[in-house]
Design a protein around this ligand. Structure first.
Ligand code: ADP
Length: 475
């Protein structure tokens, strides 16, 4: 079964968040399961693309309105990621360093999708499934069915996976001419609130759409940045499939990015060694409980609450707890965290920026991971934390609700709270501090969480069943 995954991110080529982790791992497991997956993504001028060898497998030109854009399809020569990787390169438009936030982002992602479709159309490829990820490839299901250019491919089943419903990629109808000739009686399938909305279009036009957790599928009908009614209407066409984690990359026994690998069954000793390296580097006290946060410093993640909640705990439990924050994002949140660090230099440290290696060490060395997310489609951080014996403190939402059971409940191993508020976060921190003093209980919980299986095997099978249901003739 030949599958094309279309995505703006893929680890380790280019990563901003969880989308990259999923697209870098799922195809690997699909290949192991006997499928034939390939990832297609835009070309970025980054370390991975500079340091690896690519062959040009196709060259042509596509039309973006009146602009004729020459493009190349580059294939990574050795399939070193465990699947075929193709990059769409368009000189002057898709050949830059960053993934997002260019003023001509709309043009970039439309051109990416057109180049992909032109390539598979003109090179006579007939994939069994086209799997689109997030709004960056959200126009593909519509174009396949309603543009004359791609009639040959019109029956190809499509899956659209929504990793984040907050971002829609919407643009004005004045840019309709960027699309090739389409059936104008179908333009309603592109529209939401008077604009072209790739996310809404994908949800309506894909053969099936999936969300990255079952709870998130339910929540979208009440919170989707303006698309709530769409998700209410389309609910029955959606499926929630929880993300897995790449257990080769996230393996405490072999992880080259942590200070001490997990080889003996003595979890506490192993964690303490990593914690000591981390605390020494960040000028923190390794005997105290260490509570960390890793992630984008944005409203969705509840990052604006961190400074207030941490300050309250630091005042309340003077000298009894440490905090370490790793993240980047909203400038006001970054500033409030820097101020907190200056106010409590012995108990709190902050690293503003993106640092993959440091993230691994934090998962290994921290005792607790705080995730006060307002929205969490799946959340991978809590899954990495569990694998590294770090107890997650999570707001009960989306994928956090689906993957973390409170340790007060039967079989539980985490701490859950209901609201992204200073009070609820503070209470969760209080429970963590009390738990830290009970070494035996903590050991039991760490053992329990490290034995959990969030590998891709289960979720990859669910995607495979979905593909088969859409294309039963191919196995
Ligand atoms: P999202 O995709 O919404 O940002 P996820 O929990 O799905 O959230 O995935 C976040 C991923 O990005 C995890 O792999 C996490 O470790 C990583 N990450 C986020 N921020 C940073 C950072 N500042 N430095 C290193 N890794 C980060």
């Amino acid at each position: 079964m030949r599958i094309f995954h279309l995505s703006a991110e893929c680890y380790p080529v280019a990563k901003v968040g969880g989308l990259a982790d999923v697209v870098g791992a799922l195809p690997k497991y699909q290949r192991l399961a006997g499928l034939d997956p390939a990832v297609v993504m835009p070309y970025y001028d980054r370390k991975f693309t500079r340091e690896n060898v690519f062959d040009t497998v196709f060259q042509s030109a596509t039309l973006l309105g009146t602009r004729r854009l020459y493009f190349e399809i580059l294939k990574e020569r050795t399939d070193k990621l465990g699947f075929e990787l193709y990059l769409v390169k368009i000189p002057g438009l898709i050949d830059r360093e960053n993934i997002y936030c260019y003023p001509d982002e709309t043009e970039q992602f439309i051109a990416f999708q057109l180049a992909f479709l032109d390539w598979i159309n003109y090179s006579q490829q007939s994939p069994d499934i086209i799997h689109c990820h997030d709004h960056h490839s959200g126009l593909v299901p519509f174009l396949l069915q309603y543009s004359k250019l791609y009639t040959r491919l019109a029956k190809t089943p499509t899956v659209f996976t929504l990793h984040n419903g907050q971002y829609h990629g919407a643009f004005g109808w004045d840019k309709l001419s960027y699309l090739p000739e389409i059936d104008l009686t179908k333009t309603g399938l592109l529209d939401w609130s008077g604009g072209i909305n790739p996310l809404a279009s994908a949800v309506r036009c894909a053969s099936k759409y999936t969300t990255v957790s079952p709870s998130y599928l339910e929540e979208l009908a009440v919170s989707a940045n303006g698309l709530e009614y769409l998700f209410f209407l389309e609910r029955s066409r959606g499926i929630g499939i929880i993300n897995g984690i790449d257990t080769e990359v996230w393996n405490p026994a072999t992880d080259p990015m942590i200070a001490e690998k997990y080889t003996s069954p003595k979890i506490a000793e192993w964690k303490q060694k990593n914690k000591e390296v981390l605390c020494t580097h960040f000028n923190l006290e390794p005997q105290k409980p260490l509570i960390s946060f890793i992630g984008r410093l944005v409203f969705e993640k509840g990052a604006d609450m961190l400074a207030g909640a941490i300050e309250r705990s630091l005042v309340e439990y003077e000298g009894k707890v440490n905090f370490l924050i790793l993240g980047a994002g909203d400038p006001d949140t970054e500033e409030s965290l820097q101020e907190l660090k200056e106010k409590f230099p012995k108990d709190c440290n902050v690293y503003i920026g993106y640092n993959e290696e440091l993230a691994h060490l934090v998962y290994a060395g921290a005792d607790f991971l705080l995730m006060p997310s307002r929205v969490e489609p799946c959340g991978l951080n809590q899954l990495y934390a569990l694998r590294y014996g770090t107890l997650p403190l999570v707001r009960s939402t989306g994928g956090l609700k689906d993957t973390v059971i409170d340790f007060g409940d039967k079989g539980g191993y985490g701490i859950r709270f209901n609201n992204t508020s200073v009070e609820d976060i503070d209470y969760a921190i209080t429970r963590a501090i009390v738990l830290f003093e009970d070494a035996k209980k903590l050991q039991t919980l760490r053992k329990r969480m490290m034995a959990l299986d969030f590998s891709w095997h289960i979720s990859a099978k669910q995607y495979m069943d979905l593909y088969k249901s859409l294309n039963p003739t191919t196995i």
